[in-house]
Design a protein around this ligand. Structure first.
Ligand SMILES: Cc1cc2nc3c(=O)[nH]c(=O)nc-3n(C[C@H](O)[C@H](O)[C@H](O)COP(=O)(O)O)c2cc1C
Length: 211
C-alpha cells in the first residue's frame, strides 16, 4: 500500500495526548502542507491561528466548553494538547479575487449551493490532519461552543471566520469513542457508477475494498 494511503488510513481523530511537546520543525511542516491546499481562483482564503501560549490555550479550551465537558466526566481534550490550530476563512479573499479582471466574467464563488470558501476550508483542514499523521503525531477537530469567546481569545478581526479547533500532539492510546465507533458506510452505499440508480457500483460487479 502506498505511503499516502497508509497515512490516510492511520488518521483518526485524536482526543488525548501524552504530554510530550511537538517538535517546532514538524509543526512548521504541517502548516506548510496545510497552506498548499487548492482554492477557487487560487484565492487562498485559508488562515491558521497557531496557539501554543498556555494562557491563550486555556482561553480557547474555555471557549470550546472543556470545563463543562470535564465536569460531565470526560477527560480533558484541549488542555492535554500542546498545540492548538484554529483554521479560519477570510471570505473577502474570494470576493476580491473574483472581482479581478480575469475572474469578473466567472460565476461568483458564492453563487452555488456551497460557496467555494467552505470547500477550500475543508481541504486545508484535511491536509492539516493528514500532515500531522505524516509527522507521527495525532490530531483532532472539535467544534467550539462559544464563537464569541474564541474570537476574543484570539483577537480575530471581524472578517475572519474560525471553523473550530484542531488539537495536535503525541497521541495517547485510547479506544475509539463516540461517533468514531460507527462503522464505515459500505462501498455500495457511497459509490455510484455512471448514474445514481445504477444496479452496479463497480464495472467488475464487486467492491474493490472494504474496511
Ligand atoms: C466537521 C467536523 C466536526 C467535528 N466535530 C467534533 C467535535 O466537536 N467533537 C468530537 O469529539 N469530534 C468531532 N469530530 C470528529 C468526528 O466525530 C470523527 O471524524 C468521526 O467520528 C470519524 O472518526 P475518525 O475521524 O476518527 O475516523 C468532527 C469531525 C468533523 C469532520
Amino acid at each position: 500500500m502506498s505511503e499516502f494511503r497508509q497515512v490516510v488510513r492511520r488518521r483518526r481523530m485524536v482526543r488525548r495526548y501524552d504530554g510530550r511537546p511537538v517538535d517546532p520543525a514538524a509543526l512548521d511542516r504541517i502548516l506548510d502542507t496545510a497552506r498548499r491546499a487548492p482554492s477557487a481562483g487560487n484565492a487562498q482564503g485559508q488562515r491558521f491561528v497557531v496557539v501554543t501560549d498556555p494562557a491563550v490555550r486555556a482561553a480557547v479550551a474555555v471557549a470550546a466548553g472543556e470545563p463543562a465537558a470535564v465536569a460531565r466526566g470526560l477527560p480533558p481534550w484541549l488542555s492535554s494538547a500542546p498545540v492548538l490550530v484554529v483554521p479560519c476563512v477570510r471570505i473577502g479573499d474570494y470576493l476580491e479575487r473574483y472581482a479581478e479582471a480575469d475572474k469578473r466574467a466567472s460565476r461568483p464563488p458564492d453563487d452555488r449551493p456551497v460557496p467555494w470558501w467552505w470547500v477550500d476550508a475543508g481541504q486545508s483542514l484535511q491536509l492539516l490532519l493528514l500532515a500531522a499523521v505524516d509527522e507521527g503525531l495525532g490530531a483532532g477537530l472539535l467544534d467550539v461552543a462559544d464563537h464569541h469567546a474564541l474570537r476574543a481569545a484570539l483577537a480575530l478581526p471581524a472578517d475572519v471566520t474560525p471553523l473550530g479547533v484542531v488539537t495536535i500532539g503525541h497521541a495517547a492510546d485510547g479506544p475509539a469513542v463516540g461517533s468514531a465507533r460507527r462503522p464505515r458506510r459500505p462501498w455500495d452505499e457511497v459509490v455510484h457508477w455512471d448514474t445514481w440508480g445504477s444496479a452496479v457500483n463497480h464495472p467488475d460487479g464487486r467492491c474493490p475494498e472494504s474496511g
